[in-house]
Every structure is written in structure tokens, then in C-alpha cells.
Ligand binder design. Structure first.
Ligand SMILES: Cc1cc2nc3c(=O)[nH]c(=O)nc-3n(C[C@H](O)[C@H](O)[C@H](O)COP(=O)(O)OP(=O)(O)OC[C@H]3O[C@@H](n4cnc5c(N)ncnc54)[C@H](O)[C@@H]3O)c2cc1C
Length: 455
């Protein structure tokens, strides 16, 4: 029997992660006909290799869009933890509350909510690409190789890191592919521990562990003697056997023996500022597919929910007005950049500047920011409230080496200009080319300034 989809689809959403499910639910609630296509079978939605940590700010964002985790979906509530720097030489307390999600339970609930709101789920089915970009027609394929072509009023790529449609002509501006320094790789296990964790409300984070320069290792509690442990860095820094790095990391954990895992795997994610254009004619990209995870620490669950919420609002309006062109969908990009894209662009700048510094300087910066309680403020504040540049400038006043002071002042300057540029994201597509020109010039200047840095 040949499979079919509903005759008329207003919104075709590819991928039932947090971003796709949020969009599908909100648009369905507004009376839009939504089909949600997911590669996995429905029962596996939410089975994702992830640290699953969401901060209090992230939860607040998710609440705004009706996707806050319930108590049952939180494996553990945490209030802060221990930060290890400088190869173990510096150990300090960090205060940032949040939760560690039970991702499968959470993912299943987001999917159930979308379906309950009226979204038609097409599971066990992959989108393999565009058949005809102009008419927004894509090809779907089931595991038995059956294929159909489907078009919709708007097609949304929420397929995560693979970005099946975004990478091949989805948005109005085709961004260059990610380089090896822009792709995060992490290996993580969920495993029992042999002993009590001490305070089960604490996370444990090691900055730049052996084999993961520029990245971090983590131990996140998941309730009674169960932990989510992982190590992440960029593809550029990761060795050919990244699992070795994980083994060394777990062997170095003080007083903690990790048992055989109940779940294990590696995953990739984009560590770069968002795509400059998030829309095209009859097209939107969101979540990891649109590079919306945080470029410093890789947190992408709350950002994808935020993007799904804004995209739903704009898509519903555009379908109602009968204008699903790039111009009709443009507002999604404007709102996302102001809400979060500006912050992520500045975090990318900070990461590039830190990459060019000596490890000891990076540890000095992280240590001083954490000591002043600035990490939490810097990481959490969205839009115009971010005071990252001011904090970096303050560190320049206490830096001891002149070259570090200069590097900090330069970093603060790049952060300020990048923030202004993204907060001033063009209101219409007509100003986009000149805005992008400024962004590219600034990125080239940053690359020049950091290329001579000490590694
Ligand atoms: C190892 C690791 C650790 C992380 N730790 C954290 C963390 O602690 N906190 C945090 O906030 N974020 C973390 N992240 C990032 C976070 O997991 C992602 O940013 C987030 O899941 C993005 O949501 P999304 O909806 O965009 O995509 P995803 O959650 O990736 O969902 C995409 C969905 O699309 C489906 N799909 C893919 N291709 C197709 C296709 N061709 N056709 C149909 N369906 C398709 C997939 O099966 C999946 O269900 C981590 C990521 C990794 C890899």
C-alpha cells in the first residue's frame, strides 16, 4: 500500500527534536495544518546523545513557549558545582542553578503535546532533500525505500546538525559549510557510580582536560548514583580516538568510579553564530540546523525551543497573510537575532579570542569571571542586557602581562561591535547584503587579529 500524506500541508516540519516539536505544537494550536516528519520511530524521539543540562534562564525561556520541563522530566535539580582549571591546579565553586533533563521522557512529552495539538506525525521517515526548491517540494523516504514528494506552504528544517535542507539551498543566503574548529564533538555516557556523589545537586566541570583543549569534561548528576559524564571539544582539537580522551577524563575524576554505561555515544553540534539568514522563500531553519546552539558551551535545547516559538508565531502570521516569501518570513530572523543571536555571535567572538591565547591566560580569564560571579550573568543575559564586553574590559585592568591586557581590550572591542551589529539586524531583506558585508569585514578583522596568537 502506498503511503500518503494529507492533501494540504501548510507547514512541513522536518525533525521532531525540541525545536521541531515546539514549532509543530504552537502552529497546530493556532489552527495551521502541520505535518511533522521524523527519521526515528515515535518511541525513540528524545533518544539523543546530550549532556541534557538546562540552566534556570533556559528553563525560563522554555516556559515562555510552553515547553518547560516538568518535575518528572528533571533527572536532577542542580544549584551549582565545582569548576576545575589549569590541569587541576585551581578548584572553585560555581553558582548556576538548573536541571539535568531526562531527555527521552522530555522528548516524548514534547512530541505527544505536538500530536495532541493536531500535528500529523510521520515517523520512521527521512527527508532526503529538495526535489524542487521553487515549489518547496521535498522528498521523503521510508526505511523500505518507498519515497514520496511533498510540498507545503512553508517547509521548516529542524533536522539538527545534519541540516538536510538548509545545507542545500534552503535559506536566502547560503552560508559556507562549518570548518573543523566550528564543529563540536562530544562523547558521553550515562552510567551508575560506585559511590555516593557527595552533594547530588552539584555538577563537576573540568575546563580543557587532557586531549580536549578548548573544550570541557563534565559530570552531571542524574539522581541516585547515576551520572551523565562526557567530554567535548572541537573536531580540530579532537584526536582520532576521542574515546581515549573520555577514558583519561573519567580515570582522573577524584574519588569517583564510573560503572558500565546504560547508554553511550558520540554526537556533533555546530559551535558557531547563527546562520546569517534563517529564512528563504517558503522556508525556515531552526535549532542546530540553523546553528543556534551556544558557540561557547554548546547548550542548544533552550535556544531551539526559543527559535521554534518565534518561528511558529511568524509562520502563522505569514500563512494568514498569504505571504510566505523571504520578506514575509523575515521577522523570524530579526526577532531571533535580537533575543539570542546577538549573544551567541559575541560568544563566538570570545571563543575565537580565547583560542588564540595561552592556556594559562584562558584559565586566568575563566577564573576571574567565575570569582566575580560574572560567568552566570554573562552566560545568561540575552539581547541588550549582555555585559560581556564590560566584564572583559574590567579584566584588562587587572591583567599582568601587557600582551594579555591588549588582547582583552581587543576582545572587548570585537564583542561590542558584534553585539551592536546583531542587535541592529536588518528589518527587511533589502538591507541584508550591506549588513552581511559589515559582518564579513568584522570577521576578517577578527581572524587577522587572532591568527598571530599563541597556541
Ligand atoms: C554530545 C552533546 C552534548 C550536548 N549537551 C547539551 C547540554 O547539556 N545542554 C543543552 O542545552 N544542549 C546540549 N547539546 C545540544 C542539544 O542537544 C541540541 O542543540 C538540541 O538538541 C537541538 O535541538 P534541535 O531540535 O535543533 O535538533 P535535535 O534535537 O538534533 O533534533 C533533530 C531531530 O531531527 C531528526 N532528523 C534528523 N535528520 C532528519 C531527516 N533527514 N529527516 C527527518 N528527521 C530527521 C532527528 O532524528 C531528531 O529527532 C548537546 C549536544 C551534543 C551532541
Amino acid at each position: 500500500m502506498r503511503r500518503t500524506l494529507p492533501d494540504r500541508i501548510d507547514l512541513l516540519v522536518i525533525g521532531a527534536g525540541p525545536g521541531g516539536c515546539t514549532l509543530a505544537r504552537l502552529a497546530s494550536e493556532a489552527g495551521i495544518r502541520v505535518a511533522l516528519v521524523e527519521r526515528s520511530s515515535a518511541r525513540d524521539v528524545g533518544r539523543k546523545v546530550c549532556g541534557n543540562a538546562v540552566t534556570e534562564d533556559g528553563i525560563e525561556t522554555m516556559r515562555e513557549y510552553g515547553a518547560a520541563p516538568t518535575e518528572a522530566e528533571a533527572a536532577a535539580q542542580v544549584w551549582g558545582g565545582t569548576l576545575i582549571l589549569g590541569g587541576g591546579n585551581v578548584r572553585m565553586d560555581a553558582h548556576k542553578s538548573g536541571i539535568i533533563l531526562n531527555r527521552l521522557t522530555f522528548g516524548q512529552r514534547l512530541l505527544a503535546d505536538a500530536v495532541a495539538a493536531g500535528a500529523e506525525l510521520v515517523d520512521g521517515c527521512s527527508c532526503v532533500g529538495w526535489t524542487d526548491r521553487e515549489s518547496a517540494t521535498v522528498r521523503l523516504r521510508w526505511s523500505d525505500e518507498e519515497e514520496i514528494d511533498v510540498s507545503a506552504g512553508i517547509v521548516v528544517d529542524a533536522s539538527g546538525y545534519g541540516a538536510v535542507l538548509t545545507q542545500h539551498g534552503g535559506p536566502s543566503h547560503q552560508a559556507p559549510p562549518l570548518g573543523r574548529s566550528d564543529v563540536g564533538i562530544a562523547y558521553r555516557e550515562i552510567a551508575p557510580t560506585h559511590e555516593d556523589l557527595g552533594d547530588p545537586k552539584q555538577v563537576f566541570v573540568v575546563v580543557g582536560p587532557e586531549g580536549a583543549r578548548g573544550g570541557y569534561g563534565w559530570v552531571f548528576p542524574m539522581g541516585d548514583r547515576l551520572v551523565n559524564v562526557g567530554v567535548g571539544t572541537t573536531l580540530l582539537e579532537a584526536g582520532s580516538n576521542f574515546k581515549d580522551c573520555y577514558r583519561k577524563f573519567t580515570a582522573s575524576l577524584p574519588g569517583m568510579r564510573i560503572a558500565d554505561p546504560i547508554d553511550a555515544g558520540a554526537g556533533l553540534l555546530p559551535l558557531r553564530r547563527p546562520l546569517p539568514s534563517l529564512v528563504g522563500d517558503r522556508f525556515m531553519a531552526l535549532g542546530d540546523a540553523a546553528r543556534q546552539a551556544n558557540p561557547l558551551h554548546g547548550g542548544g535545547i533552550a535556544p531551539s525551543v526559543l527559535a521554534g516559538g518565534i518561528a511558529a508565531d511568524v509562520a502563522v502570521g505569514a500563512l494568514g497573510n498569504g505571504d510566505t516569501s523571504t520578506a514575509g518570513l523575515w521577522e523570524y530572523g530579526v526577532r531571533f537575532m535580537r533575543e539570542l543571536g546577538a549573544q551567541h555571535a559575541t560568544h563566538e567572538v570570545l571563543r575565537r579570542c580565547l583560542d588564540a591565547l595561552r592556556d594559562s591566560d584562558v584559565h586566568f580569564i575563566v577564573h576571574e569571571l567565575a570569582k566575580r560571579g560574572a560567568m552566570e550573568k554573562v552566560m545568561g543575559a540575552r539581547g541588550p542586557r549582555s555585559r560581556l564586553a564590560a566584564h572583559i574590559r574590567l579584566l584588562a585592568t587587572i591583567g599582568k602581562r601587557p600582551s594579555l591586557v591588549l588582547a582583552l581590550l581587543r576582545t572587548a572591542r570585537f564583542i561590542s561591535t558584534t553585539q551592536s551589529l546583531y542587535l541592529d539586524y536588518p528589518e527587511t531583506p533589502s538591507r541584508f547584503d550591506s549588513w552581511l558585508g559589515q559582518v564579513e569585514r568584522q570577521k576578517a578583522e577578527l581572524a587577522r587579529a587572532t591568527s598571530g596568537g599563541k597556541r
